[in-house]
Design a protein around this ligand. Structure first.
Ligand code: IMP
Length: 178
């Protein structure tokens, strides 16, 4: 099925389940080579990154921890709106190598907020893994270390990403039509 409807909008398949799986295997391979021997905590950003975090982390071959935090935004804020705070910290990240696991980097506001928070908490080193990246929307200059797919500046759903809360369970990724 190449076209789907969620609420009032139509979406067309952009990246298949197989392509996502293959790309995550490649990213995991790179991380396994580059970070082996370090004291690593993977930090998944809820809600969107939960599937990517699970699929990436299960392919990590060295001993490492995983933890999750959630972004609490002001009500009504758009993706690029102001961010209130990161909640749910239950892992001491001081002096650790942190791999932030994000679903998608759009303007970069969210990732900047996370990186600032990790600096306050005195992480030793921060790497960023994002399954999707919209280069034409990006307004920051924070380096993204592990990017799954560069995509056009279209709204996407599936594989953890939602439209008004729906679509996260779709195994492929779909882009808004029209
Ligand atoms: P940024 O702060 O503008 O980089 O936006 C990042 C956050 O906005 C992501 O973690 C998503 O939660 C959300 N977001 C950005 N683009 C999309 C999209 O195309 N579909 C669904 N959520 C998105």
């Amino acid at each position: 099925m190449n076209e789907i409807r969620i609420l009032d909008k139509n979406f067309r398949e952009l990246i298949t389940e197989q392509a996502i799986k293959k790309r995550i295997e490649e990213l995991a391979r790179q991380i396994n080579i580059e970070l082996e021997g370090k004291d690593v905590v993977f930090l998944g950003i809820l809600n969107g990154a939960f599937l990517f975090a699970a699929d990436l982390f299960r392919r990590i071959e060295f001993s490492a921890k995983i933890s999750f935090v959630k972004l609490a935004s002001y009500e009504g804020a758009s993706s690029s709106g102001s961010i209130k705070e990161l909640i749910g910290w239950n892992e001491d990240i001081k002096n650790k190598t942190i791999v932030v696991i994000e679903d998608i980097v759009d303007t970069g506001n969210t990732i900047e907020c996370i990186v600032n928070e990790l600096a306050i908490r005195k992480a030793h080193e921060v790497r960023i893994a994002s399954l999707f990246f919209k280069p034409s929307a990006y307004i920051k200059d924070i380096r993204l270390d592990y990017v799954g797919f560069e995509i056009p500046n279209d709204f996407v759903v599936g594989y953890g990403l939602d439209y008004n809360g729906y679509g996260r369970n779709l195994p492929s990724v779909y882009a808004l039509v029209g």
